[in-house]
Design a protein around this ligand. Sequence first.
Ligand code: ADP
Length: 731
Amino acid sequence: MSDQYVKVQVEQMKSFGEDAEKEGVDTEEQVPGSSPSASVSPDHPTSTDASSTSLPCKQTGKSRSKPGREDKRHTSDVASQDSVVSSEKNLNRLGYERTLQVKGTGKILQRKSEPNGNYVTIHTSKNIEEMRREEGFKLAKKRRPVTVDTSKAKTSLEALKISIKQLKWKEFPLGRRTACDIYWHGVSFHDNENIVSGQVNKFPGMIEMLRKINLSRAVRTMQELFPEEYDFYPRSWILPEEYQQFTTQIHMVKEKDATVNPTFIVKPDGGSQGDGIYLIRDPSDLKLMTGSQAKQGVVQEYIQKPLLIDKLKFDIRLYVLIKSLEPLEIYIAKEGLTRFCTELYQEPSQKNLSHVFMHLTNYSLNVHSGNFVHSDSQSTGSKRTLSSVLYRLAAKGVDIKRVWSDIIALVIKTVIAVVPELRVYYQADIPPGKPGPTCFQILGFDILLMKNLKPVLLEVNSNPSMRIEHEQEVAPGVFEYVPSPVDEEVKVGVIRDTLRLMDPGNKKPTVPQQRAGGFEQGEEIPMEEETQEKSQDETGTLPSLCLKQVYPKYSKQFNYLRLVERIAALFIRFLGVKGNMRLGPTAFRTFIRTCKLSGSNFTMASVDILYIDITRRWSGATPDSREAGMGLQAFVEAFFYLAARRFKSLALREQVVSLLELCESQLGPQSGVEERRSLSCSRALPRTVKTQAPCLANPQLSSPAPLRRAASQDYRHQRFKPRSLRANVEN
Ligand code: ADP
């Protein structure tokens, strides 16, 4: 027996113990008498001294996973390792005895030197290998399953229960006195208060960020900077504030060309499931109220020529997992749903504008149409799998790889647009240094394919329905929930694989920076078998992951878009008080001073005027002390203004990049992540800059974005009050 072998064994056990510790062995649920961390501790200080005898323990991992091989090496070690034997001789000369105790087992490994022999023996009560294996089994048994608090899961509960069962994890349906590893919330981050550890399946602020007005604003800011990249979102005007702009623009367009007859869709801000949505052809048809009754919402260009299947309009529900904000990690579910209208589609006309079953694809509406078909198979009926639809399109000769890669790009760009504000919410709810959970979230992207196959973003749901059953009239007037195979197929996979990715014991590196690379068009499509994300299930009983990482995998392609996030990082730096989401006037002054942005032609008095003007417009009419100050969107507006002042000769994007670089250089070193981002953003500079986002269907319609920018420079433009939290209905 060689000393090296002892060392290897020691390291193996140590590493096994550490693994068990990392797995989070729960003392509460352990076998009595066992220790949570089974490590090996020498009772003599020199016994684990690496310099004394042994080789580096590279074999640790291997031998752990392949005990059979380890047995063989053990035999050959004893028989033939001369070099090790000679080092044993040296050690033997010291003539002392070592004992190693495996913590928590009470077993003693004794290493006795044999004064005259050229080998040493280890006296153990059992064969060491046998013992190691036993230890392994015990630890594996003791490793408690991941715990999930499902008490607030609401309508996701059924799919969640199935997922937890498949993973052999432990559910706490009524919550738990001690902490759980994962908390599954049905609505918002705040469903359970005072969570100080573990992971929650909602981000603070996601509901607010994805409301129709805020999403439109966030995308619009990106359209100002990157008009071509963000042309997948229909032209939108925010109501009631932009009503005048909307009417003026439409009249101008119609005056210019009388044949142009666009249609618009009006959506209430907090609406879901098609509630309160209607189509108009003339701005005067807007049901606009005034004063406190004014309906907040968006009016949006209506996509008149959608792609049809069986002459029906349909949209795609895609599930997207934001696994982490910092660093940004995005996964897309390879399988999604398609929801079909139940009345044959016709282009909008004054006659058919009110036909909701023709124009709106919402399941919640169409299920009430007499034509709704509950799908038995995944490729028929009014709700089908995405893969079955893509298969159908491929059979017709459509380049679905291209469609799929366009959809991935749309998802990444949309997430990049909302991340800056999410970071502000995140640091307010979970300030660095304060104990708190980490977050992840499944989002529901609603995407329409245009006739020319271009994907268009309709909306993003922070709380997509995870129901796997639907209501059915089983007898006249008697409704029951019955299982929906299509929903179950898709949603259980999404929840289960989200849990697998969030498994706290999953030691697989989740940010494969080395893999981060450029975007390869159509690399993988939903119909293909997943090859990269292999099953992480030890028993091999689970299917391969249905969630596919797209970011940071495609970070090279998209990093240059993360400009507003850098502005948000500056903003957060100056927020000061933990939990704050708004900059006070002093903090804004400090920002200007620290970044050396004031001077003889931009005095601190002008800085104060700028602050007051922008903040007043953003905070709206009702003064609320909790909401006083400058929020991120107002700060972005101020930043654009400062950039335009300072770098007059440049186009907006270059102005912003130049000012960012100036501020960042004044503020000192950035974190590694920010630095990488900054580099890739600078590389984006040579691209041509257009100031107007192209219109999806009606090129004559110009974007409100340039208007906003122009107006922001003369301070006359009306901005809108950021909204307070309202839990939205799942949809
Ligand atoms: P909700 O949250 O109420 O479901 P959506 O924005 O998803 O609101 O719109 C509801 C439905 O209206 C969509 O599912 C889609 O069928 C249709 N729709 C929405 N926006 C557009 C648009 N810009 N062009 C064409 N159809 C649209």
